[in-house]
Ligand binder design. Structure first.
Ligand code: PMT
Length: 210
């Protein structure tokens, strides 16, 4: 859940507007259904939910270490975090002084945690990704589903005022290998439940195949 923060100097960082609401709603809905849940979250203002193991991280690298470390023991992995795609090439140990010139930042790419999860996925595991899209929702969702070796991708529209980052509601489309389910505008709690209904079906299908 949540964003990551990529430090520039001791007081500044690169990040995004993710509040963690979607990820926390998923963790709580899974816990209510009887799952043993580990929630890996970037910096958010939400309190630890009851009955859930919470691992708090700051940077994308810390999130990668925590998620990839926990992954082998998990039956279901849902990646709703808004991981920073880039980080400053170096973090200055002293605060960068304001000068009369502009400031140029060199950014390097963070590794894609979800793609690594897809690469390492065990046959019984259900892997769910999210996609935050402003346009070409379906084609982008289908591309990420395929390229990251996912069972399901939850595509958010992030341009509406009631959907996506830092609001209580979401409007998503669930894209699987064989089907597409557009959902209406719902609370993030109700969205989480609809995603988990689909996850339960996928777990059942995998159990039959084994
Ligand atoms: O936290 P909220 O305020 O409730 O907002 C919820 C949300 C909008 C953040 C959430 O619903 C959402 O869309 N999360 C994914 C945001 C995102 O980073 O999308 P993406 O299309 O850039 O990434 C695709 C997938 O790859 C995501 O599952 C992401 O977690 C994963 N990823 C991305 C980059 C990276 N370096 N590592 C990753 O694992």
């Amino acid at each position: 859940a949540g964003p990551t923060r990529e430090p520039i100097d001791p007081v500044r960082f690169l990040s995004n507007r993710s509040s963690g609401k979607m990820g926390f709603a998923l963790a709580q809905a899974a816990q209510r259904r009887g799952a043993a849940v580990t929630l890996v979250t970037g910096p958010v203002a939400l309190a630890d939910p009851w009955g859930i193991d919470v691992i708090r991280v700051t940077t994308a690298e810390e999130m990668a270490a925590a998620v990839l470390g926990q992954a082998p023991a998990m039956d279901v992995i849902i990646k709703s975090a808004a991981v920073a795609d880039f980080r400053p090439a170096s973090c200055q140990s002293l605060k960068i002084k304001k000068t009369n010139q502009g400031l140029r930042l060199d950014l390097i790419k963070n590794r894609d945690i979800l793609a690594e999860l897809g690469h390492r996925r065990q046959p019984h595991q259900v892997l769910v990704g999210f996609a935050a899209e402003s346009h070409d929702h379906l084609s982008e969702g289908q591309r990420k589903l395929r390229e990251k070796n996912l069972d399901l991708i939850v595509v958010n529209d992030i341009l509406g005022s009631e959907t996506g980052f830092d609001v209580a509601t979401n409007q998503v489309t669930l894209i699987g290998r064989k089907e597409i389910h557009p959902l209406p505008l719902l609370s993030k709690e109700a969205t989480a439940d609809r995603i988990l209904d689909r996850v339960v079906t996928l777990l059942g299908e995998k159990a039959i195949k084994e």
